[in-house]
Design a protein. Structure first.
Length: 442
């Protein structure tokens, strides 16, 4: 059992049918380092997936590995008992907040996944407000546990599952490339946020004042869709005026992915609750909820979890923060982001198959447009396969999986990134040309 095919076959025989990534990226990994992955056959790939955004510094960063090894003999699992590494992890993350927020925010360590943080946040806001209903957004993704799935807009996994968390209502998101209100750009005026504004004031809105509003400021699985700044500003004003806690899901955007430590910094708002996971543990599982102390009404034991004291993740996460500071990783995110848009944005003007190139920092999406001959979903699948064949790992997302998503390591080198972008742009051009040529012959 040493090759790609053998391990993939073994997985298909013995693992859950719910597995996803190997279906579109059919490789088995021997080892990985930095921005590169080596499969069992010795083929190397540039990694624009980064463990779905978990590996902020790529695979096996030496400083992160050293921190894990140093912590390993001291303590690995500490429940919620204080330890030096946990206290330092808490202090450093609170210090990353804008100055006006630091002294009034508290931290809750959740279970190991982002969905656990989502569940905790909804439970906290319901407890603090005494209310039961929650507003979420179309295109949003918050996890696969029962409550998190109820807040996730994707319909497919819900169809055969009843009794999800009740009282969830969805509002339109500022998805400008595919306006949910079907408005043209010259009549927009960010009308999508007006529905929430009016609903929070309307005695006939159909729901009572909610316990919370939860939103991603850049939708990840929804297709790398950044919220319009005016949308976010008015959303914050409306929730504050109505006394409704605003939960900002930074599980994928946090830890520098968008070019600032938190995405909300770029929008000039202060959330009531911030959710973090993925990259904050340096590749190891941990999730956090940072929230306004005014919401801290829980009794002892109101929300617990066995694996909320992962000392190795605290040590690894601190090492990530040290590297960010030492190597100015956030500057690299902004520089590589500009590099990506310079390489990819012209495709939207050049090719009829490219509808939009968007994102923030190194959370970038290329949305494809279908033609009479081929759907956008099929085109995205073919481009992903062409990238894979050429040695580049990318993921698809958004409606019908028609968005090519880029989540490279945040410290990726300029030359490596340029090579990956070249592979992607070439795959888009050649796949489009092949499809158009084939259509002209029929």
């Amino acid at each position: 059992m040493h090759g790609n095919a053998e391990l993939l076959e073994f997985q298909e025989r013995h693992e859950s049918n719910a597995r996803t990534y190997p279906r579109n990226l059919p490789l088995a990994i021997r080892r990985a380092s930095g921005s590169h992955v080596l499969d069992m056959e010795g083929k190397s790939y540039i990694d624009f997936l980064s463990g779905a955004g978990v590996l902020a510094l790529g695979h096996g960063h030496p400083q992160v590995l050293d921190a894990i090894v140093e912590q390993l003999p001291l303590l690995t699992h500490g429940l919620d008992i204080p330890t030096p590494v946990k206290a330092e992890f808490t202090r450093r993350h609170l210090e990353m907040l804008p100055e006006g927020m630091r002294d009034r925010m508290r931290m809750h360590f959740c279970g190991p996944t982002g969905a656990d943080a989502v569940e905790a946040a909804v439970k906290l806001c319901k407890t603090a407000t005494g209310r039961s209903e929650v507003i979420a957004y179309q295109g949003g993704y918050h996890g696969c546990t029962a409550g998190a799935m109820a807040l996730t807009s994707l319909v497919a996994p819900k169809r055969r599952i009843g009794n999800l968390m009740p009282g969830v209502h969805f509002m339109p998101y500022s998805y400008c490339a595919q306006c949910p209100l079907k408005l043209s750009s010259d009549t927009c005026d960010v009308n999508c946020v007006a529905m929430l504004e009016s609903s929070l004031e309307d005695s006939h809105a159909g729901f009572t004042t909610p316990a919370a509003v939860i939103v991603e400021l850049v939708q990840g699985e929804g297709g790398s869709v950044p919220a319009h700044p005016e949308f976010v500003r008015r959303l914050r004003e409306a929730t504050r005026a109505a006394g409704v806690p605003l939960i900002v899901d930074e599980i994928q955007t946090g830890a520098g992915r968008t070019g600032t430590w938190f995405a909300f910094e770029q929008y000039g708002i202060e959330p009531d609750v911030i959710l973090l996971s993925k990259a904050v543990g340096g590749g190891l599982p941990v999730s956090l909820m940072i929230y306004d102390e005014a919401l801290d009404v829980w009794e002892p034991g109101s929300h617990i979890g066995t694996f909320r004291g992962n000392q190795l993740a605290f040590a690894a996460g601190l090492a990530v923060m040290d590297v960010f500071e030492k190597e100015d990783v956030l500057a690299n995110v902004r520089e590589r982001s500009a590099q990506a848009f310079a390489a990819l944005a012209p495709l939207a003007e050049e090719l009829p198959s490219v509808l939009d190139v968007r994102g923030k920092g190194l959370m970038i999406g290329v949305e494809l447009a279908g033609t009479h001959e081929v759907s956008a979903a099929d085109l995205a699948r073919e481009i992903q396969q062409a990238c894979f064949d050429a040695g580049l790992l990318i993921e698809r997302g958004g409606r019908d999986d028609r968005v090519l998503r880029l989540l490279p390591p945040l410290n990726i080198a300029e030359e490596t990134f340029a090579r990956g972008l070249y592979i992607l742009a070439t795959a888009i051009r050649e796949t489009t040309d092949r499809r158009l040529t084939a259509a002209s012959r029929t």
